[in-house]
Design a protein around this ligand. Structure first.
Ligand code: HEC
Ligand code: HEC
Ligand code: HEC
Length: 293
């Protein structure tokens, strides 16, 4: 606890020091390995990586190192006087924040990014947020949901697979209720990209991926994600579960959070291959699969 406090005050000293330019200023950020074009890395390393690099300076901070980090939906800001503008990705939010009068990024007392630096960033977004020059043609597009239908793992569920790895992508809760599977309140699959077919194995959750579901009573259920992306909550383990709930996916690179609340725990029913949720009386379509941050 004491150590944590010390680190926090050092970070604040670093902020102030950056203005005075004395020894208390931030240590030069080690250039992290990034798949972004050199022009973007130059802006990030000069203005952002002190705080948003491989080593984060504040508890609540996001890494802004890889293309995926920038294309993740912002976590949002709760309970602060100046709420940030809505933006689909951190890359787009950053464009606003670099010129956000009330509370810009980098934060005061640091110097704002220059017009040239902001123009570099904007040109990158306008070009479709491409990866570094040697990246493949798939690494273009600012919208993480604007991707082709693909089974990223290249592997399909087999009948001989262990039960918890069954039917990735299909409607877990619905099938269990009619087929004699143990009753579930929540079930679904996390995928690396937005449009993956049924029975395609999803994202490997081993490196600490969790799906957090918070019910109307405020109880948080942190569900582990297995090696084919499946997660579930059995009714017998959540007898007091009260819809509606909110949901988010958390991994080392960030958080993806559903802004609306839902009553139906059958995540894949809405988050289907195309996100068309045809079998649900829901006007607002899900954007596609539940995807990794
Ligand atoms: C001195 C430290 C510091 C620097 C330098 C800095 N930031 Fe931040 N940034 C923060 C903090 C702290 C937050 C969280 C603030 C909050 O939630 O109120 C944040 C949050 C953000 C977020 C929101 C992330 C999310 O998922 O909600 C974006 C985007 C962002 N910063 C972009 C940038 C960019 C781009 C730069 C460089 C041009 C930059 N920041 C430089 C400290 C910094
Ligand atoms: C086609 C219908 C069907 C679908 C789709 C389906 N299940 Fe099942 N599931 C079953 C049945 C039936 C069983 C019980 C099988 C048995 O006991 O031999 C079962 C068993 C399980 C078990 C083992 C439970 C235990 O501990 O005994 C888990 C975990 C599970 N399913 C998770 C899921 C998840 C997660 C999904 C969605 C990604 C899913 N299932 C989709 C029918 C289905
Ligand atoms: C009735 C349909 C429906 C169900 C069921 C549903 N969702 Fe969603 N989900 C949506 C819609 C619509 C959006 C887009 C708007 C929003 O963010 O609320 C969304 C967005 C999301 C996002 C944010 C995607 C992004 O933009 O990054 C996540 C994460 C998510 N849902 C997870 C889940 C999980 C986990 C479950 C199951 C516990 C679930 N959803 C169940 C409809 C649904």
């Amino acid at each position: 606890m004491r150590l944590r406090f010390l680190t926090a005050s050092l970070a604040v000293a670093g902020l102030i020091g950056a203005c005075g330019g004395d020894d208390a200023g931030p240590a030069p950020a080690r250039a992290p390995s990034s798949d972004l074009p050199a022009s973007m890395q130059a802006v990030l390393s000069r203005r952002c990586w002190d705080c948003h690099g491989e080593t984060l300076r504040f508890d609540a901070l996001a890494h802004l190192v890889t293309r995926r980090d920038l294309l993740t939906k912002p976590a949002g800001r709760g309970g602060v006087a100046a709420p940030w503008p809505e933006a689909a990705t951190r890359a787009q939010l950053a464009l606003h924040l670099m010129r956000f009068a009330e509370d810009p990024m980098p934060p005061a007392p640091r110097e704002l990014a220059s017009d040239d630096e902001r123009a570099t960033w904007k040109a990158w977004v306008d070009a479709g947020c491409p990866g570094a020059a040697d990246a493949g043609p798939d690494d273009v597009g600012c919208d993480p949901f604007d991707t082709p239908v693909v089974c990223t793992s290249g592997a399909t569920w087999q009948l001989s697979d262990p039960l918890p790895e069954m039917n990735p992508g299909r409607n877990c809760v619905g099938c269990h209720s009619v087929s004699g599977g143990p009753p579930l309140v929540v079930g679904g699959t996390v995928y690396p990209t937005a449009h993956e077919p049924d029975d395609c194995r999803g994202a490997d959750g081993a490196p600490g991926v969790t799906v957090e579901v918070t019910d109307a009573a405020g109880t948080l259920y942190a569900l582990p994600v297995n090696r084919v992306g499946n997660f579930w909550l059995k009714t017998s383990d959540a007898t007091g579960f009260t819809p509606p709930f909110s949901a988010r996916v958390r991994s080392a690179s960030g958080v993806r959070e559903m802004t609306t609340q839902q009553k139906d725990g059958d995540c894949n029913a809405c988050h289907s291959k195309l996100g068309d949720n045809t079998d649900k009386a829901q006007t607002k379509k899900a954007p596609g699969r539940v995807v990794l941050p």
